[in-house]
Design a protein around this ligand. Structure first.
Ligand code: FMN
Length: 370
């Protein structure tokens, strides 16, 4: 036991007063050291190749159960989470490493987007790091191993923990709504929850499902969901009228939570040479837009439906601000690229500190108390 020292190792930051597990859990050290060694190299190579190498390294990582601070336990849309910090969809599109990611301290991991049939997605390059902006642009266009491939991977799971499957539609499908129904039916028995993703900017026309066809889509999904929680993931680029309509359709179809938000097609001022690449922007520049979108949906929801925040979350401060603005949980992806594998754990430790400092007995008590 090391005491009276702040122990910081390549992104794993454990303080002496951390009540959960100090010194840092041994199983996290290989990941942190590997990342510290690999980061400069990973940043020199094409972003998609670097991501593939990361996934392959994670596959080799031993999986361990994680001790969670009981103060951080949270219920969202009928789902029991050990902590409110989730991995957003898109990192593990094919469900190859959900248990490794849970081992890093995430309270829940959303795999996908998975489309019914395998598809290649857009031509490469289609993933860009905007390093000076701490941002990412992607235009993957739902590259997916398809339902069969993702199911095969999920059957090889190495541990427990909360897993969501994010489902989408094939680019060339004749019936988009039918694709979501097929996805929900395929995964409802292996997933703890399902996410309907109608907000990717990289499949032409997909975001149109947030409009008039939404009621039909959500009712079709509701008919096949069984008892599984279903979340709906929305874009940050919506106005108040659209938010009102989405909330109404979601409440009518008994959707359990809204994930606010996906990447943006907006281009706030950016420094990187990749700023003009087509696709969805995520990371730090998305933060104010996603926070605005959360506030818009909170207003529209009026407490009728739970909210999960995503977009530019990179610290405990960011997560805390979303919780205070009405989110019951958060998700992140882009910040992992810049902050490394200790991030979920650091954010959770910071959230527990804030709850204690402000005398909240649970995350639930702090939700919306902004
Ligand atoms: C490379 C990349 C791929 C993504 N792929 C998906 C996806 O397949 N499905 C989805 O719903 N969201 C996808 N997203 C969006 C993220 O889940 C998240 O909503 C968004 O990036 C905002 O969070 P962040 O700023 O923490 O990254 C992707 C994001 C990135 C950066």
């Amino acid at each position: 036991m090391v005491s009276n020292h702040r122990f910081v190792l390549y992104g794993i930051d454990t303080q002496p007063d951390d009540p959960v597990d100090f010194p840092p859990p041994q199983h996290l050290l290989p990941a942190a050291m590997l990342y510290a060694l690999a980061k400069p190299l990973l940043f020199m190579i094409d972003a998609e190749t670097a991501h593939r190498m990361t996934i392959n390294a994670l596959k080799a990582l031993p999986v361990h159960p994680v001790k969670h601070d009981p103060l951080l336990a949270m219920q969202v849309g009928g789902l029991d989470l050990p902590n409110p910090v989730g991995l957003a969809a898109g990192f593990d599109k094919h469900a190859e490493v959900p248990d490794a990611m849970l081992s890093l301290g995430f309270g829940f991991v959303e795999v996908g987007t998975v489309t019914p049939l395998p598809q290649a997605g857009n031509p490469r390059p289609r993933l860009f790091r905007l390093v000076p902006d701490r941002a990412v642009i992607n235009r993957f266009g739902f590259n997916s191993v398809g339902i069969e491939g993702a199911l095969a991977n999920l059957r090889k799971r190495r541990g427990g923990g909360v897993i969501g499957v994010n489902v989408g539609a094939n680019k060339d499908t004749a019936d988009r709504i039918a694709d979501y129904v097929i996805g929900v039916e395929a995964f409802r028995d292996v997933a703890d929850y399902l996410t309907i993703n109608i907000s990717s900017p990289n499949t032409p026309g997909l975001r149109g499902l947030q409009g008039e066809p939404l009621t039909e889509l959500l009712l079709a999904v509701a008919a096949v969901r069984g008892s599984k929680p279903v979340f709906l993931k929305v874009a940050p680029d919506l106005d108040g009228g659209q938010a009102d309509a989405i909330v109404k359709a979601s409440v009518d179809a008994k959707i359990d939570a809204l994930i606010v938000s996906n990447t943006t097609v907006e281009r706030p001022p950016l420094k990187s040479g990749h700023a003009r690449e087509a696709g969805g922007l995520s990371g730090e520049p998305l933060k104010p837009l996603a926070l605005d979108a959360l506030r818009l949906f909170r207003e529209a929801a009026g407490g009728q439906i739970a909210l999960i925040a995503a977009g530019g979350i990179a610290s405990a401060d960011d997560a805390w601000a979303r919780i205070r603005a009405g989110a019951s949980a958060v998700q992140l992806y882009s910040a992992l690229v810049y902050e490394g594998p200790g991030l979920a754990r650091r954010i959770n430790a910071g959230l527990a500190d804030r709850l204690r400092a402000e005398n909240f007995a649970s995350i639930a008590e702090a939700v919306g108390r902004g």
